[in-house]
Write a protein that binds this ligand. Sequence first.
Ligand SMILES: [Zn+2]
Length: 355
Amino acid sequence: MTRVGITFNKNHHLHDSLLNGYPCPENPQRIQNILEYLESSGLIDGEIFRFYDSIPASVMDILRVHTREYVDLIKACTRDPRQSPGNDVYVCPSSFDVTLHALGCVLKAGDLVISGECRHAYALIRPPGHHAGPDSCNGFCIFNNSGILARYMLEKKGLERIAIINIDAHASDGTYAAFEADPRVLCISMHQDQKTLYPFKGFIKDIGVRPAIGYCINMEMPTESGNPEYSLFYDEVAEKILDKFNPQLVILECGFDAYHKEPLAKLNLTVDGYYRIIFKLASKWNVVTLLEGGYHDDLGLLASVVLRALAGLENIKDEVDQIDLLASRHAKTRKEFNNNLSLLKARLEPYWGHI
Ligand SMILES: [Zn+2]
């Protein structure tokens, strides 16, 4: 059995702000960087890792999460790219078509896993999706890729419990908006302290609404948080709740902007930090990983780390001396992290018991 299937939307380069005359960090070079790195690394062997083609998703799939009015707004913006459907979101004439192809890759990744063809899958897609809610979008996102996959699995494949985990530096506010009242979907977002970073949503106090109170979890990671803090959060909260929820599928919103070289955020994950969490997830559950943010030059390196972790291969040697990162961190960061972790545990105790 092929262990990890990979999909990517081949027309992603048609979604490019340069076509509108201005640059943006969310650009085609991101996936190009990943594909070139994977090719030169020789990692994709056709056995453990294999690329799969996909067909475009349909508008009906988008409507599993988004309103008809919102879909019409996006279409209207593609006809007049001077319009923007949200803050920091651009659209080009082909953007709607690009999103249908991206969603097709996402649904294919889910199908590969559910059918047993692959143990895990990785959809390398753009634009990202986790800031897109049912009727709004922000932050480079147009449609909520993870949410549409979750609803597709619930409605078409008969699944009953799905977890969506966000490891992007930015809070997964669009996903939260889509599932805050849906107890079939457990949303866990670990992201940079929302007093210090866009979208300034996703606070510890935000845990969903009836009938899904406790099923949305937001962990605010203080600036400069790195591998130790992420591991502690995963081990002490995320994994314990996942064990209790027992998802049939995990969808990972995997942004690479929590990495220590990311210019748009202030976190310190290294390849080891990403590897450890994804390895642990993949050792227990079927995981469909989706590319979200990340705007530095190491996206290819990190994508290869994701693949290694999903397949259970050894990690590559970490590229930095983590002592440097630890030494640069203020004691204030750990103190703030410990405080946030305690607050979160107390907030969740009525719904998940003592963790
Ligand atoms: Zn991000």
